[in-house]
Design a protein around this ligand. Structure first.
Ligand code: ADP
Ligand code: MG
Length: 396
């Protein structure tokens, strides 16, 4: 149970329900949907509304439009609408504007059980600006507001933060995906079963500092991999060759090492490559890295150690790849962590754009308790920050 009213708590039959979804999907060079898992994740909400004979109006952003109609044309929602129609096995209407005449006309003539997808919300400058007038117009299309876009919950964009204010109390609810995200993530923050292990990786310490600090106080083991491990390694006095490091954060890393003590588990060995690209010579390194070589993955001993700690956890959360996993030769560490999570009998939660992608690429997503659709929002939530989009929903 999450702390917000959901679409189940409001009468939606015959009503126009605006759902802020996260259809920010990757596209192929031809402009087709390359990966539809975010669309799939929103289907329970959309199906529920169709079954309950609501008039469904969906809105999402897609990519980062620059305001140049020609360049932005590939960010139109048509391909997404086509994919959604295929997944729903029913027609999906598509508006060619966000709050313009086409959207108003199509929203106004929707029938019970029909679905309309608005044009890319970010085509309207009012979306990113959190503009009141734009939000009022968008709200004017519908009778009920539902948010199902956890991935943008940390932002103050109009469609997540301002639009709900134009709906009466009791009609600003969470969708089923948002509800599930908050229910599962809530388990991580309030009395998680122990031992509780967190695995953090990815490119930069600076991106993850807040979450490292917050988790260091909560978990029993905080495993650090990925490129950010090299800043810690530097803080311990080792040479890291040409690895990605953030010199500005070495002091902070030293402080964290001191404060977190043996809860913080750093890799004992690393895979280093002569150049950080597939095909380069590699070796496993336990001490100083050779001059000019770069760390690209956690080493074999570390994979075993991390897997042990993950498998014995009652709660495990993971964000950030263990290495440059996009290159096949540097994938083993990330895959070992993903497999250990799949084999863990506790609650297992993964979040972050690249991390979720890795888990799906290994075919392991179904073996985890939850793969979050959030990246930045997921990290903010784990930090304990309040997410703006949640402040404006009606409490349960
Ligand atoms: P997420 O999107 O899951 O939050 P991040 O964006 O923080 O993850 O980091 C993902 C990126 O980190 C990946 O593209 C990966 O290639 C990179 N990365 C991880 N470890 C290394 C490394 N040792 N060297 C270079 N890049 C790395
Ligand atoms: Mg990322």
């Amino acid at each position: 149970m999450s702390q917000f009213k959901t679409i189940r708590d409001v009468d939606v039959t015959g009503r126009r329900v605006f759902v802020r979804v996260d259809f920010n999907v990757p596209l192929t060079p031809e402009g087709e949907v390359a990966d539809d898992w975010r669309i799939e994740a929103a289907l329970p909400t959309i199906r529920y509304l169709i079954e309950h004979r609501a008039r469904v109006i969906l809105g999402s952003h897609l990519g980062r439009p620059k305001g140049d109609p020609e360049k932005d044309a590939r960010l139109r929602m048509d391909a997404v609408a086509r994919r959604l129609a295929r997944l729903l096995e029913q027609p999906v209407l598509k508006a060619d504007d966000v709050v313009g005449p086409d959207a108003r006309e199509k929203a106004g003539s929707l029938k019970d059980g029909e679905v309309l997808l608005l044009e890319n919300l970010r085509f309207h400058p009012g979306e990113k600006a959190g503009d009141d007038a734009f939000a009022r117009e968008l709200a004017g299309l519908a009778d009920v507001y539902a948010n199902d876009a956890f991935g943008t919950a940390h932002r103050k964009d109009a469609s997540v933060y301002v639009v709900p204010r134009f709906f009466p109390e009791g009609r600003r609810v969470a969708g089923l995906l948002l509800d599930r995200e908050l229910t599962v993530l809530g388990q991580l923050t309030t009395q998680p079963d122990r031992p509780y292990a967190a695995v953090l990786g990815g490119a930069k310490v600076s991106d993850k500092l807040g979450v490292i600090r917050a988790l260091a106080l909560k978990v029993d083991k905080l495993l650090i991999g990925g490129a950010m491990a090299y800043t810690f390694r530097l803080a311990r006095g080792y040479k890291v060759g040409s690895s990605l490091v953030e010199l500005d954060f070495v002091d902070e890393a030293r402080r964290l090492l001191r404060e977190a003590g043996d809860r913080l588990v750093l890799p004992e060995d690393h895979v280093v490559a002569e150049r950080p690209e597939a095909g380069a010579a590699t070796q496993v390194c336990e001490g100083d890295f050779p001059d000019g070589w770069s760390g690209v993955d956690i080493g074999p001993k570390t994979r075993v150690r991390f897997a042990e700690l993950i498998k014995e956890a009652a709660t495990a959360v993971w964000n950030g790849p263990m290495g440059k996993f996009e290159d096949e030769p540097f994938r083993a560490g990330t895959e070992a962590v993903a497999r250990a999570l799949a084999e863990c009998h506790g609650v297992t939660v993964v979040g972050g754009g690249e991390t979720a992608e890795a888990v799906r690429r290994f075919g392991l997503a179904d073996r985890l308790t939850h793969v979050s659709t959030g990246g930045g929002a997921f990290l903010k939530y784990l930090e304990g920050a309040t997410l703006p989009a949640l402040e404006v929903l009606d409490p349960a």
